[in-house]
Write a protein that binds this ligand. Structure first.
Ligand code: SF4
Length: 319
């Protein structure tokens, strides 16, 4: 690990300003991803801004019946919150499907959204990786690609986003709130928060330099049956090959977001009108433009079967 300086800040504005004070500055909260990346010298900040003391660790009701989750609310606390369990159970289940108890105790809401891919070539500094070193190539394209993206990717990067929580938030139509060092605030729909790789896979979100996440807001609950179904290589402590976060209403309409198949949680709203017609029709439109490698082609039928399972479960629960 390379030497770095360390600073504690006390307000969101102070945190955002600190990010602009010198080059190669990173914010740190739980550190569950960043510290690993620093030890491997994939992230090499020269200055760390500790944001744990800036008071963003509250959950509160919003005036329109929704919920505001502070950026620093720990994943464990969010998953266990009685209102989340009652009105947004999809979110609670997605959180509990991710990482381990120890990691969830440290990991924060904002950090979860900002975690980086687990592509093995990204973590191996002897391998080419456009995300880690722009212009160096993509080791996964002709390499081990079993866990990689099948939609929305480019010839520059086929990595997936690893978050379970973000998949649930995409189905819930969450909004990411931010503040910039200039004092300006933004509300970014989660659909627009993460980026597809294009030719700049190292730019993963639409956060600007000097801008930090302050909260994630959930709209008023929409009811229905909420299911998070994660398919992975082992029963716990593994990233999704495919995950499905769904809110299904009694008439068969609903929302479905899918994890493990793209550089961001994958949801195609225009396909959702086909949900009452069943998994096959819906999946065909959801995966329009699909492009697989020989190693990850299995994800196409796996997505369809996982969605079929979720729709069947929803039907059973609504009997
Ligand atoms: Fe890097 Fe993306 Fe290629 Fe993985 S898939 S090696 S993260 S460029």
């Amino acid at each position: 690990m390379r030497p770095f300086t360390y600073q504690r800040v006390h307000t969101p504005a102070e945190a955002a300003a600190a990010l602009l004070q010198q080059r190669d500055t990173k914010a740190i909260a739980g550190g569950t991803n960043l510290l690993d990346l620093m030890k491997l010298e994939i992230e090499t900040p020269t200055h760390l801004v500790d944001v744990n003391g800036i008071g963003l660790d509250k959950m509160e009701a919003t005036s329109d019946g929704g919920m505001r989750i502070g950026a620093l609310v720990r994943n464990t606390d969010l998953a266990a919150d009685p209102r989340v369990r009652r009105e947004y159970p999809l979110l609670s289940r997605a959180l509990l499907a991710g990482a381990s108890g120890q990691l969830r105790n440290r990991a924060t809401t904002a950090g979860n959204l900002l975690q980086r891919t687990r592509c093995p070539y990204f973590y191996d500094t002897d391998q080419p990786c456009n995300k880690r070193l722009p212009g160096s190539g993509c080791g996964a394209l002709d390499g081990f690609s079993r866990s990689h993206a099948i939609v929305g990717h480019s010839k520059y990067c086929i990595a997936t986003h690893p978050s379970d929580m973000a998949v649930a938030m995409r189905a819930l139509d969450a909004v990411v709130e931010t503040v910039h060092a200039s004092g300006g605030t933004r509300s970014i729909p989660i659909a627009d928060f993460h980026r597809l790789p294009g030719n700049t896979p190292h730019v993963e979100t639409n956060l600007r330099t000097g801008e930090i996440i302050t909260a994630v807001t959930l709209p008023r609950p929409v009811g229905g049956v909420q299911i998070y179904h994660k398919v992975r290589d082992r029963a716990s402590y593994a990233f999704a090959l495919v995950s499905v976060g769904a809110i299904i209403q009694r008439d068969g309409s609903g929302r479905v977001a899918v994890g493990g198949i793209a550089h961001k949680p994958w949801r195609v709203e225009s396909a959702e009108a086909l949900l009452p017609n069943g998994a096959s029709a819906f999946t065909s439109k959801l995966l329009a433009g699909v492009h697989t490698t020989t190693q990850n082609a299995f994800k196409v039928p796996l997505v369809q079967r996982t969605i079929a399972t979720v729709l069947h479960q929803a039907g059973e629960l609504q009997r």
